[in-house]
Design a protein around this ligand. Sequence first.
Ligand SMILES: *Cc1c(COP(=O)(O)O)cnc(C)c1O
Length: 457
Amino acid sequence: MDHEVEAEARERSWRRDEAVRAAVEQGLLGPDAAVVGLLDARGIRESAAALRTAFEAVLAPGTPVLHAFAVKASPLVPVLRLLHEEGIGAEVASPGELALARAAGVPAAHTVLDSPAKTPAELREALALGIAVNADNPQELERLDALVRSAPTRSPLGIRVNPQIGGGSIGATSTATETSKFGVALRDEGAREWVVGAYAERPWLTRLHAHTGSQGIPLELLARGVAETYALAEEINARVGRQQIDTLDIGGGLPVNFAGEATAPTYARYARLLAEQVPGLCAGRYGLVTEFGRSLLAKHGTVVARVEYAKRSGGRRIAVTHAGVQVATRTVYAPGAWPLRIAAYDAKGRPKPGPEVVQDVAGPACFAGDLLAEGRALPPLEQGDYAAALDTGAYYFAHHYAYNSLARPGIYGFAPDGAGGVAFATVREPQTIAEVVAESGGAHASALTTLRAPGSR
Ligand SMILES: *Cc1c(COP(=O)(O)O)cnc(C)c1O
């Protein structure tokens, strides 16, 4: 098993090296395209297959399963289409994400809506389309009451709960803390009773949802969140005397190994842990929905940036590149929580040999903290070389942050071309400077100079 994981990791890093070299050779990367995002299409398919087989292996035969990709992790239509082709649906949390899923052809029956701030119009649209909705709180459930009364819907409906099992090592991605903004806080006084009563009064509530964490949450804690959710469903079904809750949505949150190439933990390990700790979940009495994001995409994306200048400051070597806060926002603002591996390539896109020297890998933005890596031992990066930030396929280059009006880089998918080379496909065009101006109020240049209070001069 570990052998397989290792072999897969070796091949993934080999494919990435080939892609960087081919991107330089084919001109996708160069002086005029100084930063790009690359997506490994084969790797994404492998992760999707690993997810499917991991749960198939532990669930009773015939259990209905929907793996819904958390669109926020990689909001790119071609990615959603690829995952759809691999049998993966979409978990959406805004009108934009829903529109992306629909543009990718993800059917309503494979879509789940989960945002904490759904408007009446969004809820109405979701129910009209037949998309599954998890109500976040009592006020949202009242809105669903009104909609369900006013028109029939095919949407499976549920409530999101927060088992309040505690957070992990990263506060911003810990969703099951005592005071988390998500879901109904189960351990608050009267809350559990309220949830049970809400189901008893509404025979159309057939799902129960919890997403108890993300990067930084240990696997055991994730499993505990699922166990608590399962126990609540059992309690509700016992109270109403029938299998009213027929599907459990266990969220996503599998952490990603940013420290090395290997996939760890694997879906297989998580699924086995769930089967051990929550056997009733796998017994065939409940359908299953999952919502993994980061773990499906992170390992399959790479930001590659040209080294514009190599300099020294206070005795420190600094490679000034074109990838910084605009494509690696979390890492730049919270480097302790989100360290990224950096790979060094030469001007032809070939892996650079050692010996390693300590250096900073800086971004293009105009503030001192704009560093991809600080004091990192790497083969010396010279002017014209390339620095790659690895494992950036989720929540990185697809999440542009427009600091300094830096343009969104192009994103290209790659795959072996069958003849020993690499084929590329455009996933997202690079943003043009004209588009930057247009998105920055270019059509409203005199909006403020011509704005006057009535009667003033
Ligand atoms: C963000 C999110 C996910 C996905 O989390 P990952 O850590 O990317 O797997 C799943 N469900 C909900 C409700 C989320 O908010």
